[in-house]
Structures are given as structure tokens and as C-alpha cells.
Design a protein around this ligand. Structure first.
Ligand code: NZQ
Ligand code: ZN
Length: 404
């Protein structure tokens, strides 16, 4: 097992009845909260008001910023940070999905650093990773998906230049998070599916590429994957199944708090690099949907290169009970059974189904290797070049359920 360091500064409160504790803890972060919100759903569903009242009772002043879009836009973040500085808020409260939390993190860092534009600070740009700190952040996630409430990442889109890239700093890890699974009961089937696909990705990326030297990390990751497999069908049948909502929401946090890969080798987040490049080109594409579309094609590409075979075979055995056959056969069987699961749960499609044209593939692959790789390739137990990425995109064709 490899040595590792894990830093998890987020105080996590879980459960609908934690509102008072959350408000009290949040009030310790400052006297004036800059409340970051999305497109309006969370307020319409009535999630904000009781919390706002509690905070007001504790003497916390609130300034609201509404309108963070899914795949949050750099220009919106810049506008919000300018407003935060103008009103003089001393901490940031995010109430929303990953997009809202990521925007809040970026706003908190931009305001602290005293800069006006977030884009030069993302990976691949001139001042990448040079932000100097952040105001304290409290987060109330309302999707089960990204784990942004515990991660050092914020993923930012820039529609003007066709970019999607990240900031990554320990100082943007929220100090405080309140996970209330009942907030996720109103999520649409589509957003629930997208989130489930994202949770799965956060554990499988390093599972496949990070070696087999940490058996407990494997078991931990498999528990997250099994939870996704079990809860998504239940939620598609009954979106109000609170037990399943709670299980999925907790799985989402556990999937990317770094425990999922503790003791394994470091490896790139290849699917994420490629998916972010897809969403950069088509900002209407949800992150989880893009990942789901890449899975079967990427897994088959790895197998075709004789990579990660034993890891895929182990998943076949442990997640689907596949006991017969050689490692290559069990790995292939895992991919087939996983593809069946995607289909049964509304997550199987091709890039063409999502509105991509094959003429765009080269440019997207180019963006991926330039922004997330060394300029020529990514690394998935060996090089994954531009043309490999294009091949993976093309291979999603066979996943289409639409007859053309
Ligand atoms: O905008 P509103 O009106 O709030 O509606 C949102 C949005 O349309 C809606 N929604 C949120 N909570 C709801 C709700 N609808 C009903 N009930 C609720 N309780 O859901 C839609 C999608 O929201 P969004 O925040 O975009 O989804 P998600 O949580 O999946 O976040 C996706 C973003 O996070 C990034 C992705 O790339 C993407 O930009 N990621 C962030 C990571 C991180 N910070 O560590 C890691 C991830 O890998 C990911 O890349
Ligand atoms: Zn993700």
C-alpha cells in the first residue's frame, strides 16, 4: 500500500433535522453571508427560506446572488465576486448543486485574492493555480452528484472561448456542509441519472488506473458503486424514496473525499478530462451524462489495449457475481452487464444522440490533451492520444438506441 496524506476539513451535518446546528455553525463563519443560488428551483421548492430565517435570527446579514447556470460560467462568477466585494460580505453560502457550489468556491477565492476575472486562474491558462486564498465557505448541496462540498475543485465553463476547466486549492474546501437528502426528492429523473453517473465515475477512475495495492480502497469504492446500482432504479421508480435519496447522497460525498483512493497509486482523471472537454464544446451537456456516454467505449478501448483487464474482471466478479471465465472474459462480461444497467436506467446513448457531430471530435480531443494533458496525450496506464480519444468518441455510436 502506498503512503498518503488526506485533508478533510469539512464539518459534515447529515439529515433534515440539522438545520439549527447548521445555522449556528454557519453564523460562526461571519456576520454577512453572500448566498449563491442557481436558476431558481431551490427557492421555488422552499428550501432556502427556513434557513435564511434561522440565519437572520442569529444576526447574520444575507446578500443573495441568483442565476448561477448549470456548468457555471466564468462571466457570472466574475459578476458575483464584484458584487460580493461591493457589499462587503465575509463568507459565502452555497445552496444548490455542484454548479452553485463550484461558483461559490470560485467567488470566495476571487474576492479574497482581489482579482476581477477567474478564467486566467484555471488549469491550462496563464495564472493557473495562483489564487492566494478564499473567504470561508458553507455548502448546502441539493443534488447527489459532485461531492463539491468536500473537494478542493471548482469546475468553471467559459462559453465565449469554448472552455471548461478547473481550479484546485485546499482553501476552497468548504468549512461546513449540510446534507439534507429530502432536498433531493424533487430532482428530475434526468438530473438524478446524471448525478448517479458522476458518483460512479469518482470511484471508478482511480479504481481502474491506480493499481490493486489498496484492497480496502477497492472494497470502499465497490460499496459506492453498489449503492449507485441499487438506488438509481429505485429512485426512477419512486423519486420520493427517502432512504434511497439518503443512501445516494451520502455515496456522493464518500465518492470523492479522497478515501476512495487512499493507498493506491495516483493516476489521471481521464474520463473527467475528456468529459469536461465535451461540455466545453456543448455547455448544455450535463457532466454525468457525458461520463455515462464515455464509459462503455472507454472501458472497451482500455481492454483493447490490454490495460486494466484484471480491474475490470474484478468488478465483474464483485459487482455482478461473474465467476466463470478468463480475466479477459470476465472483464468483457462486466462491460456488457454494466452497459445493460446503463440502458435499463436511461443512461445509454451515443455522442451523436447528444447532438455531437463527428466533425467536432478532433477539436475536442485537442482541447483535452492541451488543457488536461501534456499537449499531446493523456495518461491511462500508458498514452491516450488525440486519435485514441477520437476513436473512443466514434465508438460511442454502437451505444445509440436511436435507429438512423
Ligand atoms: O439551477 P437550478 O434552478 O437550481 O436547477 C438545478 C440545475 O438545473 C437543478 N437542481 C439542483 N438542485 C435541485 C435541482 N432541481 C430540483 N431539486 C433540487 N434539489 O439541477 C440542475 C443541475 O444542477 P447542477 O448543479 O448543474 O448539477 P450537478 O450537481 O451535477 O453539478 C454539475 C457541475 O459540477 C461539476 C460539473 O463539471 C458541473 O459543472 N463538477 C464538480 C466537481 C467538484 N467541484 O469537485 C467534481 C465533478 O466531477 C464535476 O466535474
Ligand atoms: Zn465528476
Amino acid at each position: 500500500m502506498n503512503s498518503f496524506e488526506i485533508y478533510t476539513p469539512t464539518r459534515i451535518l447529515f439529515g433534515a433535522d440539522q438545520i439549527n446546528v447548521f445555522a449556528e455553525r454557519a453564523a460562526q463563519l461571519g456576520k454577512h453571508a453572500f448566498v449563491v443560488l442557481g436558476g431558481g428551483t431551490v427557492e421555488k421548492l422552499g428550501f432556502l427560506q427556513p434557513l435564511a430565517e434561522q440565519l437572520a435570527n442569529l444576526g447574520v446579514k444575507l446578500t443573495h446572488f441568483r442565476g448561477i447556470e448549470p456548468n457555471p460560467e466564468a462571466a457570472t462568477i466574475n459578476r458575483a465576486a464584484a458584487q460580493l466585494k461591493a457589499v462587503g460580505a465575509d463568507f459565502v453560502l452555497a445552496v444548490g448543486g455542484g454548479s452553485v457550489m463550484d461558483a461559490a468556491k470560485s467567488i470566495a477565492a476571487l474576492a479574497y485574492t482581489g482579482e476581477a476575472d477567474i478564467w486566467p486562474f484555471v488549469a491550462g491558462e496563464a495564472r493557473a493555480f495562483q489564487l492566494s486564498g478564499a473567504l470561508p465557505i458553507a455548502a448546502v448541496p441539493t443534488t447527489a452528484a459532485t461531492a463539491s462540498e468536500v473537494t478542493p475543485f471548482a469546475v468553471i465553463s467559459n462559453r465565449e472561448v469554448g472552455g471548461k476547466s478547473i481550479i484546485s486549492h485546499e482553501f476552497v474546501k468548504p468549512r461546513l456542509a449540510w446534507l439534507n437528502p429530502s432536498f433531493t426528492q424533487g430532482l428530475s429523473a434526468t438530473v438524478t441519472q446524471d448525478g448517479a453517473a458522476d458518483i460512479f465515475s469518482h470511484v471508478i477512475e482511480n479504481y481502474l488506473l491506480g493499481t490493486d495495492i489498496s484492497p480496502l480502497a477497492d472494497r470502499y469504492s465497490e460499496a459506492v458503486m453498489s449503492t449507485v446500482f441499487e438506488t438509481l432504479p429505485r429512485l426512477l421508480a419512486n423519486p420520493h424514496d427517502l432512504q434511497a435519496r439518503a443512501d445516494l447522497m451520502w455515496a456522493s460525498t464518500l465518492a470523492l473525499n479522497d478515501y476512495q483512493k487512499a493507498g493506491r497509486a495516483e493516476a489521471e482523471f481521464v474520463l473527467h478530462s475528456i468529459e469536461h472537454s465535451l461540455s466545453a464544446k456543448h455547455p448544455e451537456l450535463a457532466h454525468g451524462r457525458g461520463l455515462a456516454t464515455l464509459y462503455p467505449a472507454y472501458f472497451r478501448w482500455l481492454l483493447g489495449k490490454d490495460r486494466a483487464q484484471a480491474r475490470l474482471a474484478q468488478l465483474g466478479t464483485r459487482l455482478f457475481g461473474v465467476k466463470e471465465g478468463s480475466p479477459a472474459e470476465r472483464a468483457e462480461r462486466f462491460i456488457q452487464l454494466f452497459e445493460d444497467w446503463l440502458q435499463q436506467n436511461g443512461l445509454l446513448q451515443s455522442l451523436q444522440d447528444l447532438g455531437f457531430n463527428s466533425s467536432e471530435f478532433e477539436g475536442i480531443a485537442e482541447y483535452a490533451v492541451k488543457t488536461y494533458g501534456d499537449g499531446n496525450q493523456l495518461n491511462a496506464l500508458g498514452p491516450i492520444t488525440r486519435s485514441d480519444i477520437v476513436e473512443i468518441f466514434q465508438r460511442t455510436d454502437r451505444q445509440s438506441l436511436v435507429s438512423r
